[in-house]
Ligand binder design. Structure first.
Ligand code: ADP
Ligand code: TRP
Length: 322
């Protein structure tokens, strides 16, 4: 089985990215073959500052490696280091129905808000389809918001195969129900666009401060509460040991506790959870050349796979002689 996923370097990664996507990457890296990349071509539609894009790309690599992505098991690379994907994008763009792209939420949301959108954003799902198809990917671990794009990828692949013969493997999205939508400080989906995130590697003190700001209701302390509908509890359950989570759920049902108690428990659990990755990250920051080497090796391996798939597609549609 081949696993593939990508993450955009558009800012510092947050808890939602980790529990929604990155943790699955790490869990799946021992599969047959795993490809993970930093989607800097996608980020170019939003990050319009060269130094910032370079810094975010490096940060994403550092974060992934610190969190346990193991380059001896998985292939890690930057999207732009595999030009074959851009060539494949053009092949898929030709034949991609406009209506299909108009329905995609990244573009649709912007348009509905009256915000200017560029052609890169409009065709974003096609580049994403090329990312996936270029590696004959079977499984794509992502958060819920990306499922629509994987459906588009399947549509484009199916239509190409129908027209030109069986070239592409149809991928499947893999979403973990429990972590499909991690909530942010305000109880809405955690997202950098909503300014409600806690970053993975922000200083522990700053993260703690943010935890203290998580919104809660104003019910009296004595009232029993339903843990399942409380977003503070949901966050705690991501980090806590099963026994501690069970105990906390019982406390909710019993009542007689303050939310400050839960916040402290959450801040402690999160700090302990990221302690080891934080130390690993610091070590890696001191050796950027090591990270660059990992990305370089990853890109070389990725290009081999993507090159073979591109050739197959070019032959099938008449861009290359058989
Ligand atoms: P953001 O919404 O902060 O811009 P991205 O869209 O760059 O995050 O998401 C990167 C990956 O992390 C995707 O696979 C996405 O599904 C996942 N993800 C992002 N936010 C969350 C969240 N709050 N809960 C679960 N998964 C998330
Ligand atoms: N669009 C994804 C996001 O915003 C990132 C991405 C780009 C991706 N190409 C991909 C994810 C291919 C999975 C597979 O999160």
């Amino acid at each position: 089985m081949r696993v593939l996923s990508g993450i955009q370097p558009t800012g510092r990664l947050h808890w939602g990215n980790y529990f929604g996507a990155i943790r699955q990457y790490i869990d799946l890296q021992s599969e047959d073959q795993a490809y993970y990349f930093i989607a800097n071509l996608h980020a170019l539609t939003t990050v319009r500052d060269a130094d910032q894009l370079r810094a975010f790309t490096m940060d994403a690599a550092l974060d992934l490696l610190a969190l346990g992505l193991d380059p001896s098991q998985a292939t890690l690379f930057a999207q732009s280091d595999v030009p074959e994907v851009s060539e494949l994008t053009w092949i898929l763009l030709s034949g991609a129905p406009l209506g299909l792209l108009e329905r995609c939420h990244a573009y649709k949301d912007k348009k509905e808000k009256g915000l200017p959108a560029d052609a890169g954003l409009f065709t974003y799902p096609v580049l994403m389809a090329a990312d996936i198809l270029a590696y004959d990917s079977d499984v794509v671990p992502v958060g819920e918001d990306q499922v629509q794009h994987i459906e588009v990828c399947r549509d484009l692949a199916r239509s190409f195969n129908h027209h030109f013969g069986e070239v592409f493997v149809l991928p499947k999205a893999q979403v973990l129900e429990k972590t499909a939508k991690v909530v942010g400080l305000d109880g809405e989906k955690m997202s950098k666009s909503y300014d409600n995130t806690i970053e993975l590697f922000e200083p522990a003190k700053a993260a703690r401060k943010k935890v203290m700001r998580i919104t809660t209701d104003s019910r009296p302390m004595e009232d029993p509460k339903d843990p399942e509908t409380d977003h503070l509890f949901q966050l705690f359950s991501l980090f806590g040991e099963p026994a501690a989570v069970k105990e906390m759920a019982e406390l909710y049902r019993r009542g007689g506790f303050g939310y400050g108690h839960v916040k402290k428990a959450l801040a402690d659990a999160a700090e302990a959870y990221f302690e080891e990755p934080r130390a690993r990250r610091e070590e890696l920051v001191a050796h950027p050349e090591r990270v660059r080497e990992i990305l370089g090796d990853g890109a070389a391996a990725a290009r081999k796979t993507a090159g073979a798939v591109l050739r197959r597609a070019q032959e099938a549609c008449g861009l290359r002689s058989r």
